[in-house]
Design a protein around this ligand. Structure first.
Ligand code: COA
Length: 320
């Protein structure tokens, strides 16, 4: 086995995508998304990625990094994918990783894996424990009829796509940012989410290559933003990906979230998509209730795992 640094070239991104496809054919890499994420890292972020080779062929990728979505001091996120024929490399890779992360002295390691992936079994054997579970679920639009669930909007409320709103103007962006931060604070996560500063959000969200202003819906009361449900382009064929859906507390239980999701589904059908994917915390009964009513079908759970404290036992440093 040879472990070498990932060089961020197109060839290495392709090698990453190939390994991921072999490791998890049901979950291909979002290449453009990963490149955007790498480009918009904070200068202070830790990011170390490696390619694992055997007989000159890339059979794995391995990474430890500051968590992109919820960076917290002292926390590193661990990611690895291995070609199924080379799963036995997990042990040596874990040794390598422990040696590499030791100088960073993390207080906690995190990993996000699907419950049916080998990483789940391996990492829990190393002492990682579950923090929370999310369900990815999929709506097949082929036989979906949005009109069956439609209800009239409450008086004074309109739903508009971002493309019809002044989303390139900073004043509007600040309103949208405030809405998203408020709603993110209401998502029932195991621990509070650390929001991105406004400038980081501008760069990462509004310049996301998957942003689809026509599929990003906002509920307004006059000019006041009260709710949101957003669809993004996806690297998966015939698919759109849901981002955040949320409604301000003051406007809940009036059918706004359902109306936003129906509008998004209608858009997706007109756009020519066959599937909408979404991801929800298992504790988010309100959101799950809406998605179940719409007909979303659940896949195996995605689990956030944590190792804390991190054992201080540097292993052999691999072949380089
Ligand atoms: C989840 C959320 C978006 C629902 O918004 P909403 O506008 O209140 O939802 P709706 O009024 O459209 O609800 C439609 C139906 O969903 C179900 N539902 C909604 N909220 C519910 C709740 N708190 N408990 C149980 N069922 C609920 C009901 O069946 C409801 O119909 P009903 O009011 O006629 O009984 C809102 O609670 C929210 O913003 N939560 C915080 C953000 C979040 O967690 N977003 C999801 C993360 S991806």
């Amino acid at each position: 086995m040879n472990i070498r640094p990932f060089d961020f070239s197109e060839a290495d991104y392709e090698a990453y995508a190939t390994v991921r496809r072999k490791a998890h054919p049901e979950s291909p890499l979002d290449l453009a998304g990963l490149q955007h994420l790498d480009r918009t890292r904070a200068p202070s972020d830790v990011l170390a990625r490696f390619v694992v080779e055997q007989a000159g062929e890339a059979v794995g990728v391995l990474e430890y990094a500051t968590p992109y979505y919820d960076p917290k001091p002292g926390v590193l996120e661990v990611v690895y994918y291995l070609h199924p024929h080379h799963q036995a490399l997990e042990g040596p890779l874990w040794q390598f990783l422990q040696g590499r992360i030791a100088p960073h002295q993390p207080q906690e390691l995190q990993a996000t894996v699907r419950e049916d992936w080998p990483q789940y079994r391996f990492l829990t054997t190393q002492g990682f424990v579950e923090v929370e579970r999310r369900w990815v679920s999929v709506l097949d639009l082929a036989h979906f009829d949005p009109s069956a669930l439609a209800r009239p909007l409450p008086p004074g409320i309109t739903i508009q796509p971002l493309s019809a709103l002044p989303w390139q103007e900073e004043a509007f962006q600040r309103d949208l940012y405030a809405l998203e931060i408020e709603l993110l604070g209401d998502v029932p996560t195991a621990e509070p989410i650390t929001p991105w500063p406004f400038e980081v959000w501008q760069e990462r969200s509004l310049k996301d290559p998957n942003l689809l202003p026509e599929g990003f819906f906002v509920a307004l009361e006059g000019a006041h933003l009260v709710g949101v449900s957003m669809l993004f382009k996806s690297h998966r064929p015939q698919t759109l990906q849901t981002g955040l859906t949320g409604v301000r507390k003051s406007h809940r239980r009036q059918g706004l979230a359902l109306a936003l999701k129906l509008r998004a589904a209608e858009f997706a059908q007109a756009y020519g998509a066959r599937y909408i994917r979404t991801s929800n915390h298992q504790s988010n009964r309100p959101m799950l209730a809406i998605n179940e009513a719409l007909g979303f079908v659940k896949e195996p759970a995605t689990v956030l795992l944590r190792l804390s404290p991190v054992p201080q036992k540097p292993g052999p440093l691999g072949s380089q």
